[in-house]
Design a protein. Structure first.
Lengths: 159, 176
């Protein structure tokens, strides 16, 4: 992926710059990076495993049946719900959303699905509350859900 | 026992895959494949992100962060927050350690919420991709409506959290 390449070049350059300026500080930075990576690894692997199950059970066929243009509010609510509990990278989610539209899914339904998919993370809630506590994590997710609902309403009106 | 508790969700998720493998072997195998593929792509993104966080941690003085994203930073702080979120690489969970570092260095909580909000809705690296998949109307409405909600919502969330919760959050990120 192009983006990963850019990321590696930028971070590699910064690392080199840091190393040239101050070896001790750079070593400390790498140590910190290593430590927090290890700390987060278990949660990441767990999330990926949940995600693996999710992606298999929630398949495109099932989704297009649920999100038909006639599905109305029910379809929108299901879209928001499915998006909240599922988890997938945007480079999978976008083509999936586009192909759902091609297969006759309604725009507001897909909008709700995509927006909540990106913003609301029921699966990542565990990781999030480890970082910021349960209350802040819950409120952040609630806000993301509200943002998704607003998006659905606006796109429904524009359509 | 402590160790087991730490790994309870990992064990639960692996059990889910195992059950799926027994009940529906093709689906189970697909789940294993997805898991490995995702791990592979994440293991590509995570090391540079964590190194970047480590570098920022040792090089950016707290005073600088307070000046640019602290309580008195005003519109500049909010703009920087949206910019960081928009540049955000990778899925939401990559944003959590970044957000934790910002908080640790003295960024205002509302701006950190704003970073997370922008991270989930205005992603420059994939902006063109969204445009190509859904068209300009969808993409623009998504970005504008989300940002509006997140700008208002971030300050609201900050108000909703008690001082007690806020200091608990700061204690938590200090441990990261």
């Amino acid at each position: 992926m192009l983006f990963n390449g850019v990321l590696y070049v930028v971070v590699g350059g910064l690392l080199l710059l840091s190393f040239l300026k101050d070896r001790k500080k750079t070593k400390k930075a790498l140590k910190k990076a290593y430590k927090s990576l290890l700390k987060n690894l278990t949660m990441m692997v767990t999330m990926m495993a949940f995600m693996g199950v999710m992606l298999t059970v929630v398949d495109a066929d099932l989704i297009s049946r649920i999100f038909g243009e006639q599905s109305g509010i029910t379809g929108i609510l299901l879209g928001l719900g499915l998006g909240s509990v599922s988890f997938m990278p945007s480079f999978i989610a976008f083509p999936l959303g586009a192909s759902l539209l091609d297969h006759g899914a309604g725009v507001p339904q897909v909008a709700g699905f995509i927006a909540s998919l990106m913003g609301v993370g029921v699966i990542s809630y565990g990781v999030e509350s480890q970082f910021f506590g349960k209350k802040a994590a819950f409120l952040r997710n609630a806000l993301a859900l509200i943002a998704s609902i607003v998006f659905v309403i606006v796109i429904g009106g524009v359509q | 026992m402590e160790k087991l508790k730490q790994y309870k969700w990992l064990i639960a998720s692996l059990l889910m895959i195992l059950v799926l493998l027994v009940v529906n072997p093709p689906q189970g195998q697909a789940a294993v494949k997805f898991t490995f593929n995702n791990l592979k792509s994440v293991s590509m993104v995570l090391p540079p992100i964590f190194i970047l966080i480590g570098l920022m941690d040792v090089w950016i003085p707290k005073e600088t962060m307070v000046k640019f994203m602290g309580h008195k930073s005003g519109i500049l702080g909010a703009t920087i927050a949206i910019f960081i979120g928009a540049m955000g690489a990778g899925p939401l969970y990559v944003a959590f350690p970044v957000a934790a570092l910002l908080l640790k260095k003295g960024a205002r909580l509302a701006y950190v919420f704003l970073v997370l909000g922008a991270w989930t809705s205005v992603k420059l690296p994939i902006f063109m991709f969204e445009w190509a998949s859904f068209g300009p109307t969808f993409t623009m409405v998504h970005v504008v409506s989300s940002l509006t909600v997140y700008i208002a919502g971030s300050f609201l969330l900050e108000k909703l959290l008690s001082d007690e919760t806020k200091s608990m959050i700061l204690e938590r990120v200090e441990l990261q």
